[in-house]
Write a protein that binds this ligand. Structure first.
Ligand code: IPE
Ligand code: IPE
Ligand code: MG
Length: 246
């Protein structure tokens, strides 16, 4: 659901999903190790949280680590896990202060037990917060999420809880990690890549896409407003026909 920001004169998308990309290239450009880009990138996520909240976004969902990112060097993976470990802990205090409700989507299996515990703690502590809904995708892959949903539904069929004829799109939606979230209205991908990289394929079916060449560590409020301005020019038809074209 969009929200109209009077001050900016812009419709603000209710759910903004982000593929934060370009941390490594940003660091390389500065002759720094890729991991430095991730550190700066995590700070930008934190800054963006306050910015989106102030502008009137209700749901903000970021892609932090994909099911494919394990292919990177051990050093990079362990730095990323270290950042997430620290971030998940730090997020509790800040979210309580700012009334932010946090969720984590993705596959828990490969994550280290202390990270899983931090995720549970963050979700539990912030579950009654009524402000911004902040979701972090960690070890997330859309195909993995759908596969897990299918397994769960198949088990429900086997247990006699559901009849195959009664399976609808809603059944699948309800079995995804994102079951409590509305579909994103706007997807932003930074760094010039124009692909989904396994991010929310089911949920993005009717989402507006915005791509920018800016690397994530350089993304800021002005860039976000630019994305919202583009979003305001889009006409969402959802397969229908524009009113005045009927
Ligand atoms: C995005 O930046 C962050 C993660 C995938 C964790 P990248 O690390 O993909 O940076 P580039 O795309 O290599 O520049
Ligand atoms: C997608 O970015 C994953 C995250 C942002 C966490 P990648 O950098 O991993 O994607 P590809 O490899 O360019 O498709
Ligand atoms: Mg990348």
């Amino acid at each position: 659901m969009d929200f109209f920001n009077e001050e900016l004169g812009l419709k603000i998308p209710g759910h903004v999903a982000v593929i934060l990309d370009g941390n490594g290239r940003w660091a390389k450009q500065r002759k720094m190790p890729r991991t430095y880009g991730h550190k700066v990138g995590s700070q930008v996520v934190e800054d963006m949280l306050n910015i989106v909240d102030d502008l009137g976004v209700k749901y903000f969902t970021v892609y932090a680590f994909s099911t494919e990112n394990w292919k990177r060097s051990q050093e990079e993976v362990s730095t990323l896990m270290g950042i997430l470990r620290w971030y998940l802990k730090d997020c509790v205090k800040k979210s309580m202060k700012n009334n932010v409700r946090c969720r984590v989507i993705g596959r828990k299996e490969e994550l280290s037990p202390d990270i899983v515990q931090s995720i549970e703690n963050l979700e539990e502590k912030t579950k009654n917060n009524t402000g911004l809904n902040f979701t972090i995708a960690i070890n997330y892959g859309g195909r993995d999420e759908i596969t897990r949903a299918v397994k769960k539904i198949a088990a429900d069929v086997k247990a006699g809880k559901i009849n195959p004829d009664d399976i609808t799109e809603q059944t699948i939606t309800d079995n995804l990690d994102t079951r409590e979230l509305p579909d994103p209205d706007l997807l932003i991908r930074t760094s010039g890549e124009q692909r989904l990289s396994n991010y929310l394929p089911w949920q993005l079916a009717y989402t507006e896409f915005y791509f920018t060449d800016t690397y994530w560590p350089d993304f800021n409020k002005e860039e976000l407003i630019k994305a919202f301005e583009k979003y305001n020019k889009r006409e969402r038809r959802f397969g229908g026909v524009k009113e005045d074209a009927k």
